[in-house]
Unconditional design. Structure first.
Length: 371
């Protein structure tokens, strides 16, 4: 067995050399002087293979042995099926939204388990997966085919990381189905037409009070349907004039600076609320349903090919640039979009709250000028 002092005394070799510690753990020393931990074990096909456990001294001798023992315990489980791996992966993902989790689970059960469920995950090849994706494609569900491929690839990646299989056979199938045509949500982006929409909402007398209030608030805050429908009275901080959307699956909160006119509308919503949701649904203690807001727009004579509830986001993005001359980066930040440059996003975590307060004030003033 190796000791730390022995490792530190190892000289740089002229060719790659492996020093055995114990139970398949090796320290691999290269001619460049790098020292890497390797674990040699038999995979599910009873073939010898090596797995990297990191570099020394970042990974100490004791840590390498612990990693080796963890992997050895995992490797003892034989014949892990795709269904078992998929189930473990789903729990590992830790979805905070039950809706998202159920959607992914339904896709796994509908499209993958009937063919792959009972197969040993290490035995599955691209030829076993491709027909499943092509079947979905043939039915015209191009976006779904790509999403199922992504789910499958993530399950196999989890399998590789837990030594259930050696490779990810779904990875090379990325792009194997036709690319879906991007459909933008219908949205009114012409100023005169948008002004007419705002006036129509304000003058609507037949709408349920919570629905009308929601449609009056929506152009000012341009939230996604789920975010506004599931909002709770406690999400509104009237003292700080903020609407705080709870953390999403990426662990991020979204803050919406509120103007005085919007606060007045929200106070009405809170006063009418039963305490469960900011905008009450038709059934007690239930939120507005997913289709209610679009149905309300249809009842106002707004064609579904002209504007949908999600379209308020595009209306804001377009009109705020063209008519308010507002800062594009601030617009994207207020929409909750992530910085495309991941390196820049990692260092620029400023919420620019005061600047966004000015933006939201200018946008609300613009909307009221259209009425």
């Amino acid at each position: 067995m190796l000791t730390t002092s022995q490792i530190n005394r190892i000289k740089i070799p002229s060719k790659l050399v492996r020093h055995l510690d114990s139970d398949g753990l090796y320290l691999e020393v290269s001619p460049k002087g790098t020292k890497g931990w390797r674990y040699r074990y038999k995979n599910y096909d009873e073939k010898w293979t090596m797995k990297s456990l990191g570099h020394y001294p970042q990974v100490s001798l004791e840590e390498a042995r612990e990693l080796r023992d963890d992997l050895k315990n995992v490797a003892q489980y034989k014949a892990v099926t795709f269904e078992l791996a998929a189930s473990q992966w789903l729990e590992y993902k830790g979805y905070t939204s039950s809706k998202n989790k159920k959607l992914i689970q339904r896709r796994i059960e509908s499209y993958l388990l009937p063919k792959l469920g009972d197969m040993i995950i290490s035995h599955i090849k691209p030829k076993d997966i491709l027909p499943l994706l092509k079947q979905i494609e043939a039915r015209g569900y191009l976006d779904l085919a790509r999403r199922v491929q992504t789910i499958t690839s993530q399950i196999f990646k989890y399998g590789v990381q837990n030594l259930y299989c050696e490779t990810n056979p779904a990875e090379p199938l990325q792009g194997c189905t036709k690319k879906p045509t991007v459909r933008h949500m219908p949205a009114i982006t012409v100023e005169s037409e948008f002004a007419n929409l705002l006036r129509t909402i304000d003058h609507a007398e037949h709408l349920m009070p919570s629905v009308k209030l929601c449609l009056q608030v929506a152009p000012h805050v341009f939230l996604r349907s789920e975010s506004i429908r599931m909002a709770k009275p406690a999400d509104i901080d009237f003292d700080r004039k903020l609407w705080i959307i709870p953390k999403d699956k990426m662990g991020r909160e979204h803050w919406i600076p509120l103007t005085d006119p919007v606060i007045e509308l929200l106070k009405l919503a809170v006063a009418q609320s039963d305490g469960n949701y900011l905008f009450n649904g038709s059934r007690p203690h239930k939120p507005l349903s997913e289709n209610t807001l679009n149905i309300a727009l249809r009842s106002l004579g707004i064609d579904k090919n002209k504007h949908v509830f999600h379209g308020f986001r595009s209306s804001f993005s377009t009109l705020a640039r063209e008519h308010c001359r507002l800062d594009g980066d601030l617009i994207e930040l207020q929409l909750g979009h992530i910085e495309g440059n991941k390196v820049k996003a990692a260092y620029d975590r400023s919420m620019r709250l005061e600047e966004r307060r000015e933006l939201m004030g200018a946008w609300s003033n613009y909307l009221f000028s259209l009425l």
